[in-house]
Design a protein around this ligand. Structure first.
Ligand code: COA
Length: 374
């Protein structure tokens, strides 16, 4: 099997009632709702509830859900101590992977900590985990703002990051990113979570598998790489020349292309509009023009379109988020989709265990170590 025919490309590996990706050419729906409607009219908390609990919440259900998430923000002391002992030089995705795993030993899945409760708990406390570690190592501060006045996950994240009240525009930009990052069918990290769930392992183990899988630059890590590229150019002219050279040297441009979408990524225009809006007030707003030139060159030279990660990078950057924290935002959001898939896998479980075409040596006799030479 060659690399090109591998990767399970085009293979249907299961059923899902959670989302459709690219089925109508370019479409993306969560439980039947178009992503554009959700991005325009809903909030991340509504979408997380929709994914995990299966239906849009009523007003009362949404209030109760928001209150629960606020209550679940606080971190156990043992976890705070562990976050302090993780080196400041660690990658934030390593911090989340470790933090979720440790929480799984303190609040292991049980009758007290049921799967849906763990899902709510993780959505609520990953911003706390990430930024407790971040502020401790960057600013020598022990965060204790669990009762932040910010009601939303987006606002809470920005508050913990900056220590200030975020603007409504920034909050809505991050909230929109959280909505459109929340779910994407059988992508690599969700598939990893389902494989782990299919062995009847615990909820935290599935999430840890997913976080490790999301980190790679071919998946969630692409937004960080996209920002490093955009930020490396001072002018659109420089970007045009530089990206043409990269493509001539067969270098992949992170944030472009997609395994399933063939025409465009329906999430890209939504997040691009936010990038353009935020650029108007940003100190380095010229980076949006740089990003647009990169898009133009990659479209012209490779016929490739930007995926969600490319312009998300500009949005996160203009909201003051340091680049290494980009993929963790993806985690904060995708936890809702992963949770929905773990619950769905459990509800109709069969062990996921595919087969491989063998390409190694033919059967041969064992050679004792004394006869193998030095
Ligand atoms: N930049 C430059 N060329 C790209 C490219 C990119 N971002 N994405 C794909 N290509 C090219 C490949 O080099 C290959 O060209 P070739 O036929 O000349 O060898 C061809 O397009 C097919 O790419 P391939 O990597 O085999 O497609 P895939 O379906 O396996 O990969 C991605 C899908 C998403 C992994 C791929 O497009 C990619 O690596 N993109 C960058 C990472 C990224 O943004 N990931 C986030 C995805 S949401």
């Amino acid at each position: 099997m060659t690399a090109r025919t591998g990767g399970l490309e085009g293979i249907v590996v299961g059923d899902t009632a959670i989302s459709t990706v690219g089925k109508e050419g370019v479409g993306l729906t969560y439980r039947g709702y178009d992503i554009h409607d959700l991005a325009d009219h809903s909030s991340f908390e509504e979408v997380a509830y929709l994914l995990v609990y299966g239906a849009l919440p009523t007003t009362a259900q949404l209030h109760a859900y928001r209150d629960k998430l606020i209550k679940f923000r606080r971190l156990p002391n043992e976890l705070k101590a562990a976050l302090e002992s993780i080196p400041g030089s660690a990658h934030p995705m390593e911090v989340l992977r470790t933090g979720v795993s440790l929480l799984g030993t303190l609040e292991s899945e049980s009758q007290q900590y049921t799967a849906d409760k763990i899902s709510d708990r993780l959505i609520a406390c990953t911003p706390s985990m990430l930024l407790y570690w971040y502020q401790f190592h960057r600013n020598n501060t022990r965060l204790d703002t669990w009762n932040s006045e910010e009601q939303s996950v987006a606002g809470y994240f920005l508050h913990l990051l900056t220590g200030k009240k975020p603007s409504d525009e920034q909050k809505r930009a991050i909230d929109t990113a959280l909505i459109i990052y929340a779910e994407h069918e059988f992508n690599a990290s969700t598939f990893a979570a389902r494989v782990t769930a299919s062995t009847e392992s615990d909820f935290y183990s599935s999430i840890v598998s997913a976080i490790g899988t999301l980190r790679g630059p071919l998946h969630g890590g692409a937004n960080e790489e996209a920002m490093r590229l955009i930020g490396s150019f001072k002018t659109p002219e420089q970007a045009e020349k530089g990206v043409k050279e990269m493509l001539a040297n067969k270098v992949k441009i992170m944030g472009f292309g997609h395994r399933v979408y063939k025409i465009s990524d329906p999430r890209s225009d939504i997040i691009k509009a936010w990038g353009e809006k935020l650029a108007e007030h940003a100190r380095d707003g010229y980076l949006f023009a740089v990003a647009e030139i990169i898009e133009k060159v990659v479209r012209a030279e490779k016929k490739l379109f930007p995926n969600l990660d490319f312009y998300s990078a500009t949005v996160f950057h203009f909201c003051g988020v340091p680049t290494p924290l980009f993929t963790p935002i993806f985690v904060m959001s995708r936890l809702s989709g992963w949770s929905a898939h773990i619950l769905e896998q459990r509800a109709h479980n069969r062990l996921i265990r595919p087969e491989a075409t063998y390409s190694g040596p033919a059967p041969r006799p064992y050679v004792p170590i004394q006869e193998r030479g030095s």
